[in-house]
Design a protein around this ligand. Structure first.
Ligand code: ADP
Ligand code: MG
Ligand code: MG
Length: 929
């Protein structure tokens, strides 16, 4: 007998019945039992599976049934029709619901059964049909309900709500182009005007008579807009509502959402039909939503809100202000204690924080939904740690519970939440460096530095930033730019320094000459206060209160009080667990002792990329660099290089000292030389004066060095090949520094990296210089060095010929920024003009400069890893692009079997977490096998 593909369904198939007729499409629950369970999300949707699960564990769930996602699939595969067996199964499920409730659907003589029709994909999905409540009411059953409950207000309130919801989502009575408000809302306001001369009064003020009037007006509205009568037959209503749920799977909003999150259309949605319970019978009833713990802080407190005498959406609709759930303790102690009990049951059963919906009908609590609650990064860390202590989960689960890309939220300074409430947002940009910062705005780096030196808090505001702004960026609390994306200079530097940064806030109009910024209808002068939130991208007027995160205070400033805080302890706990499982090491991109120490405090195991050129901009040394570039002869160049040598030596000595024996990958000079030259007349003249040459000469060199395509031009090892004396000076600085630091008893492990290698010969020429200088310095200083020489793999040719290069190279470090540029033939700095469209069209799923393009760049990496190992089995492998801090890329590197990833200091915890999660995922796969 052939095995059926869907095992879930065939195992549930009743023993009798033919194969087709016997397919189970409808899964009921109620009275403490259920056909389905929480593990059947794929078939029942998230909502349906958990309703079944809650029923199974004895929680008070109104009975109901789920029409499975297979019906949705069938519906679309068969021209929007249903399988023949469905009708009978639905009828049977309705009958069993009637039996549990002791009432009948469409009964006009006694209390009628009313139902909620609720959509339910695997995960809740915006764009899907809204829930329809009170289905089953019509002109007859409403009277029956009125009589049976002796509560006419309830009956008519439900009826008008039903017509509104059904009219809207099933019959399409919605806002027309040009209309300001939903037509049903307009009708409600109109009646309020007619009755109270005020369109804003609360709905609860309507009398039964008013509600009857509303029903009449709603029906007339439906007739006018659709030309159809509102359906009176409850079974017709049910059919219409179920069809509307399935149809909504293919509406535009749902399609757009699925595309964005990569959800396949084949998944389909389920439909849940559930007996109604009423939160609007009067002051003994109500509705609410709650979390088993605080989703913002993670604290184990009962968190949520409720409204008395309210149904469903009232709680979130914002018409009436709900009360905190803790107040229910006074309002209705029994219900509160029951909910609090359920809160415990849910966590004990689901082993995760739950977000749930409930209704209280005449003092009795009913559960309507539960799911794993969304939470902030801060809350995720706290909940994970506390659940381990409470023995709800084990520590490996805890590590997987914290989304790696949200971990930096716990490092970021924060705005005082109450202060934010009345702060006006004047613009929004890209959240490029998480955290909160507020300060006086300055439009140039120099003035920002001056002001900061006076002890003022400063925000550096620029159209966009460049290396010249570096000092200003360091001095500033935060960086705000009007142009540029998440990989712009500002964003890159902000990440490396852990600065708060909002970039590309296009609504800002910056006038450098007038020293003003206008936005949100106001002009701000230099020195006025603004505040930026680099976690959300918001720019606020004025000074909003902030505080540094306790983790930064504890780890980097050694603050004892901070170290005793819960946030700090929990964070450290997660990091300790990470170290226990991780295989992939995390290094850092750093080029100063301070960055290095910070990264080590965060758990970095060395430097993966030290960019020597950043050191060239500091202080007066830029003039020595320019002198070197302008030099016309070998000797002149040598003289200039000799001036640079002591600076570089000091820099390296500082870094080696900070490393305390950990390894450092140091890249020899890489960027095109023109980046160091001045480009405007004033600075050209100033430079000429400083280095004692004619201004014309500087201008000439600038012109000579101009390139049509600098990204593919005279840079990387091409510099060292042409001017070996540059590489020689850098190596000398490195080894002399190493000798000095070794003398102090600190181990030094330099790994010298040759950039942009595509040919083995390029590497060999440069490596020869490294080895020669190492030998010379060792002899001069009477010492020995332990060092490696390797290369960056950042052009496709380097990756393809890796086997050859690895014959002499001792390590590879994937420079994934350039490897992405050169593989895709796409300049990162110019990609802003077309990449957004590419993402929108899903030509690329993610920005390839933020997350490794695994199918393209990743394949080249695989080739290089395989090639490198084939000729050099011990080759050390790492990556040093911006991707090193991106969780998906980190996980990819783990799977590639690299030794380490390297990322900016403040991303180290994120990378460590991602690496640990990748290792845990591996272990799980192994276990399954
Ligand atoms: P969503 O997916 O948008 O949360 P739901 O299906 O959960 O939609 O329904 C929204 C609200 O409708 C619920 O929070 C609840 O207040 C109300 N509701 C849903 N089902 C019922 C029911 N059986 N009885 C009473 N109210 C219900
Ligand atoms: Mg819900
Ligand atoms: Mg490069």
């Amino acid at each position: 007998m052939p095995v059926k593909k869907s095992s879930a369904k065939s195992s549930k198939k009743p023993a009798s019945g033919s194969k087709l007729k016997g397919t189970k499409y409808v899964y009921g629950w109620g009275n403490g039992r259920a056909d389905g369970n929480g593990s059947m999300r794929n078939l029942l949707g998230g909502k349906g599976a958990n309703l079944a699960e809650m029923a199974r564990i004895g929680l008070p769930v109104p009975p109901g049934f789920t029409i499975s996602t297979e019906v949705c699939t069938y519906y679309y595969a068969n021209k929007r029709t249903y399988p023949t067996a469905l009708k009978a199964q639905v009828a049977a499920a309705m009958a069993s619901m009637e039996q549990v409730m002791g009432v009948k659907f469409g009964d006009a003589s006694a209390t009628p059964l009313l139902v909620a029709v609720r959509s339910g994909a695997r995960d809740s999905m915006p764009g899907m049909m809204d829930t329809i409540l009170n289905l089953g009411l019509n002109d007859q059953t409403v009277v029956a309900l009125e009589r049976a409950t002796n509560n006419p207000r309830l009956a008519w309130d439900c009826y008008r709500r039903f017509i509104q919801m059904y009219g809207d989502v099933v019959m399409g009575v919605q806002k027309r182009p040009g209309e300001e408000h939903e037509p049903f809302e307009t009708a409600i306001s109109q009646l309020k005007h007619d009755r109270f001369k005020d369109g804003e009064v609360e709905d609860t003020r309507f009398s039964t008579q008013d509600l009857k009037e509303l029903v009449a007006r709603f029906k007339a509205l439906v007739k006018e807009r659709t030309g159809q009568e509102f359906p009176n037959d409850p079974w017709k209503q049910l059919e219409g509502a179920v069809g509307a749920v399935f149809n909504s799977w293919m509406n535009d909003r749902a399609i757009v959402y699925r595309r964005k999150y990569g959800i396949p259309a084949e998944w389909g949605t389920a439909v849940n039909v559930q007996a109604m319970v009423f939160g609007n019978t009067g002051n003994e009833s109500g509705s609410g939503v709650a979390f088993t713990r605080d989703p913002a802080t993670g604290e184990k407190v009962f968190y949520g809100e409720f409204l008395m005498n309210a149904q469903g959406e009232d709680v979130v609709a914002g018409v009436r202000t709900p009360q905190p759930v803790l107040e229910l303790k006074q309002v209705m102690p029994d219900a509160y204690h029951e909910l609090d009990r359920i809160r415990g049951v849910l966590e004990a059963h689901f082993h995760d924080m739950q977000d749930f919906e409930f209704t209280i009908q005449e003092r009795k609590v009913f559960m309507l939904q539960t799911r794993n609650g969304k939470r902030t990064g801060v809350a995720a860390v706290r909940i994970a740690c506390e659940m381990v202590k409470e023995k709800l989960i084990d520590w490996t689960t805890a590590v997987t519970r914290v989304p790696a890309d949200q971990l930096d939220q716990v490092l970021a300074p924060i705005f005082d939440r109450s202060a934010l409430k009345d702060a006006p947002v004047i613009a929004t940009g890209l959240p490029a460096g998480p955290g909160a910062a507020s300060g006086k705005i300055y439009f140039n780096a120099e003035r920002a530095v001056e002001s900061a030196a006076k002890g003022e808090k400063v925000l550096l505001v620029r159209m966009e930033t460049s290396p010249e702004d570096l000092r200003g960026m360091i001095a500033a609390e935060g960086i705000l730019t009007a142009r540029g994306g998440v990989s712009s200079h500002a964003a890159l530097v902000a990440r490396q320094m852990g600065k708060v940064c909002v970039c590309g806030a296009a609504a800002l109009h910056i006038d450098y000459n007038k020293m003003t910024l206008s936005a949100g209808g106001r002009t701000y002068k230099e020195g006025e206060y603004l505040s930026i939130d680099g976690t959300s991208g918001a720019v606020y007027a004025g000074q909003v209160k902030t505080a540094p995160s306790e983790i930064i205070q504890g780890l980097l400033h050694g603050d004892t009080a901070a170290r005793n805080s819960t946030t700090y302890k929990n964070f450290m706990q997660i990091m300790t667990w990470c170290s226990k499982v991780t295989r992939l090491l995390v290094r850092t991109n750093a080029d100063s002792p301070e960055q290095t120490s910070n990264a080590i405090a965060f758990g970095a195991t060395g430097i993966g990329l030290c960019r020597t050129e950043h050191m060239f901009f500091e202080g007066n040394r830029i003039y020595a660099v320019r002198e070197m570039i302008v030099a016309e002869s070998y000797q002149e160049r040598k003289n200039a290089l000799n001036k640079l040598l002591p600076y570089q030596r000091d820099d390296f000595a500082g870094i080696f000292t900070a490393l305390k024996g950990l390894p450092a990958t140091i890249r020899l000079l890489d960027p095109p030389l023109h980046e160091f030259l001045p480009h405007d007349d004033v600075t050209i003249r100033e430079t000429a004066e400083k280095i004692g040459v004619k201004a014309e000469m500087v201008s000439r060199r600038v012109a000579e060095l101009h390139e049509f395509n600098p990204m593919l031009g005279f840079r990387g090892c091409r510099l060292g090949v042409s001017y070996p004396e540059i590489s020689e000076m850098q190596c000398r600085a490195i080894f002399e520094a190493a000798a000095i630091v070794q003398k102090k008893g600190i181990k030094v492990r330099p790994e010298i990296m040759i950039p942009l290698v595509g040919f083995k010969k390029e590497f060999d020429l440069q490596a020869a210089i490294v080895h020669r200088v190492a030998g010379e310095v060792a002899k001069e200083k009477k010492t020995k060095f332990t060092y490696l020489v390797g290369t960056m793999i950042e052009v496709p040719r380097g990756a393809i010929t890796a086997a050859e290069i690895a014959q002499t190279a001792q390590f590879f470090s994937f420079g994934t920024n350039d490897l992405t540029q050169t593989t895709l033939g796409m300049s990162r700095d110019d990609s802003g003009s077309f990449l957004p469209k590419y993402q929108e069209e899903e030509i690329v799923k993610k920005n390839p400069f933020a997350s490794i393009d695994q199918a393209g760049v990743g394949e080249l990496m695989k080739i290089a890893v395989k090639g490198g190992r084939s000729t050099n089995p011990d080759i050390k492998l790492g990556i040093c692009g911006e991707h090193g801090g991106d969780p998906d890329s980190v996980k990819f590197c783990h799977r590639l079997g690299l030794t380490y990833v390297s990322c900016s200091p403040f991303r180290v915890p994120t990378a460590r977490l991602a690496a640990a999660q990748a290792a845990i995922a591996d272990a799980k796969v192994v276990k399954k096998k």
